[in-house]
Design a protein around this ligand. Structure first.
Ligand code: IPM
Ligand code: MG
Length: 383
């Protein structure tokens, strides 16, 4: 037992040193990419696993349609990046194989299909690795249900909390397992600022800070304290604080849920509650997700790779709405808000008002490609 304890203590020292170094790096970083100043915007497309290649191919078709002129005149390049597959990742024993990561880093923004995350083992999730490698600290997930006056946007911290050392816990066989959760000052400050800046720029009047600071006293306690400190710089915005358990209930409480606007929360709570929120909107197939850093940004569907759909031979019936919403967020991010608005409008016609082509995720519905055609035809009519 002593040798286990000694090695765990040694490991803890290494982890602490690494995390302190990360916090110090974050303190120094600044400056977001100015897309207008780039000669060319390179959009990398990673297919991913399961239904990933199917919905990604469809979004590439959509992007080529929307950005026809920009691709033709060289303002935008769409670049396919191979190799971010579970097979290749297992073979190289790397969450993101080195050559794939180098290709990703040569792009400005990434559109990513869902990638399979293995339970247990030591192979880290490709998502988590990409968020860390590109320092994509803000996971932004909008959810809207216009009929119910719901217009939420979640700002989930995306690089720390339970995730940053999630593959590097300690285990003493047949005895116990220990994981680590890390909250840093700089990491919290930057996500809090992102949420409040968004609120200010978009005329939002309320930010809800969500933690479990009554139990996770150190980490969530810090998140809460720093978020409130940042809030002081935004006196026009009303701030409230909720614990994650009751906030989860709030989202299904029809009496009060429409009052929430911007929700700021640590990584794992944000992961969980955004699936709940997406389900309220109509399912995890309907919500887009942006992972933003200062230099890079990655856009993806909120859902996973749905291997069951591939096993059952119904992959072609996968719903691309979620990744289409991610495309919309990407267009806005790269400074093409007019195109983003138009896509948003087309998606709202296709999924809320007109609904001529319906994807159910099974053979009784339309295929992913049929829905893609429908969105493009609708876009054409908006011209
Ligand atoms: C998400 C996903 C990921 C996460 C998985 C795939 C690692 O659930 O983006 O919400 O847990 O963050
Ligand atoms: Mg999730």
């Amino acid at each position: 037992m002593k040798q286990y304890i000694d090695s765990a203590v040694e490991q803890f020292r290494t982890l602490l040193e690494e995390q302190i170094a990360r916090q110090q790096r974050m303190e120094k970083e600044s400056g977001a990419t100015d897309f207008n100043s780039l000669d060319k915007i390179v959009i990398g497309i990673c297919g991913g696993d399961g239904i990933g290649p199917i919905i990604s191919k469809e979004s590439e078709r959509l992007l080529r349609f929307i950005l026809k002129d920009e691709v033709a005149n060289g303002r935008v390049e769409l670049r396919n990046i191979e190799g971010l597959t579970i097979e290749n990742r297992i073979e190289k024993n790397k969450a993101i194989p080195d050559d794939v990561l180098a290709e990703i880093k040569a792009c400005n923004v990434i559109l990513k299909g869902p990638t399979t995350t293995l339970k247990g083992g030591t192979l880290e999730s490709a998502n988590v690795a990409m968020r860390r490698e590109l320092d994509l600290y803000a996971n932004v997930r909008p959810v809207q249900v216009p009929d119910e006056n719901i217009d939420w946007i979640f700002f989930r911290e995306n690089t720390e909390g339970e995730y940053v050392l999630g593959s590097r816990g300690v285990e003493i066989p047949d005895t116990l397992a220990f994981d680590f959760k890390v909250t840093t000052n700089a990491g919290t400050e930057r996500i809090a600022r992102k949420a409040f800046e968004y609120a200010r720029a978009n005329g939002k009047t309320n930010v809800a800070i969500v933690t479990k600071a009554n139990i996770m006293k150190k980490t969530d306690g810090k998140f809460s304290e720093i978020a409130h400190k940042v809030a002081l710089e935004y006196p026009e915005i009303e701030v409230e604080e909720w614990y994650i358990d009751i906030m989860t209930a709030n989202l299904v409480n029809e009496q009060i849920r429409s009052k929430f606007q911007v929700v700021l929360l640590p990584n794992l709570y944000g992961d969980i509650i955004t699936d709940e929120a997406a389900q309220i909107q109509g399912g995890v197939g309907t919500a887009g997700s942006a992972n933003m850093g200062d230099k890079y940004a990655m856009f993806e569907a909120i859902h996973g790779s749905a291997p069951r759909m591939i096993e059952q031979g119904i992959g072609d019936y996968a719903n691309p709405t979620s990744i289409f919403k991610a495309v919309e967020m990407m267009l806005r991010h790269i400074g093409m808000s007019d195109k983003a608005e138009k896509l948003a409008k087309a998606l709202s016609i296709c999924t809320e008002t007109e609904k001529k082509v319906i994807v159910t995720g099974d053979k009784d519905g339309a295929t992913c490609a049929e829905f893609g055609d429908y969105v493009m035809k609708t876009l054409e009519k908006l011209v």
